[in-house]
Design a protein around this ligand. Structure first.
Ligand SMILES: CC(C)(COP(=O)(O)OP(=O)(O)OC[C@H]1O[C@@H](n2cnc3c(N)ncnc32)[C@H](O)[C@@H]1OP(=O)(O)O)[C@@H](O)C(=O)NCCC(=O)NCCS
Length: 170
């Protein structure tokens, strides 16, 4: 198992072709979130397009696995998006696994991973203006959310956001 990193009760590693059916299942269980965007219904094509795009831009498209190795979420990020800056492209946790602290623990582990392996000092990302739960999550996790929304190429409207990251004092 080539896990990239992990935390309490979860591990994260890039998906393989064998994982695609499980990833599609996660997308299906995130249709509440996908409904906020331009393509509300999931498809195999959506998943394979996202994975291929991630590869093209130097991303790591990963499954978030629980302690039974089941994929319960997906995480896509570019460790060296710009100098000292990483980009978080996608974080989606299947509805039944939300609000139990997984997103928070995952983000903390990702921050450490990015600092140690890519020398990242800042994480950038975007959040759709109509994703109230997402905005609440990122704000609580220390992201600063830009005031001006931007129209994105995929038809959505999103705020840019970023967070300065640093190693916790032991
Ligand atoms: C956003 C997301 C990754 C958070 O993961 P999680 O495991 O639920 O997060 P945690 O349990 O660690 O933290 C939950 C916090 O998220 C926010 N949140 C999550 N769901 C929420 C909801 N339905 N309404 C309001 N706030 C919500 C709150 O700030 C909440 O804190 P609280 O429980 O103290 O009120 C997850 O809800 C998800 O995958 N949502 C759908 C996809 C998505 O919106 N991704 C982000 C795109 S920018």
């Amino acid at each position: 198992m080539n896990n990239l990193f992990g935390g309490p009760g979860f591990t994260v590693r890039p998906v393989t072709d064998d994982d695609i059916p499980s990833v599609l299942e996660v997308y299906r269980r995130c249709e509440d979130f996908l409904a906020l965007g331009p393509v509300p219904c999931t498809s195999l094509e959506m998943v394979t397009t996202d994975i291929a795009h991630s590869k093209e831009v130097g991303g790591f498209y990963c499954g978030i696995r629980d302690d039974t190795d089941e994929i319960v979420g997906v995480l896509d990020f570019i460790p060296k998006y710009k100098r000292g800056r990483a980009f978080l492209s996608l974080l989606m946790i299947a509805s039944a696994h939300r609000r139990r602290g997984l997103g928070t623990a995952l983000l903390a582990a990702l921050e450490s991973h990015l600092m140690l392996t890519a020398g990242a000092k800042v994480i950038e990302s975007g959040v759709q203006v109509n994703n109230e739960a997402g905005i609440s999550f990122w704000k609580k996790r220390g992201f600063r959310i830009g005031r001006r929304a931007r129209h994105m190429a995929d038809g959505t409207t999103a705020y840019q956001m970023s967070k300065h990251i640093e190693m916790p004092i032991p």
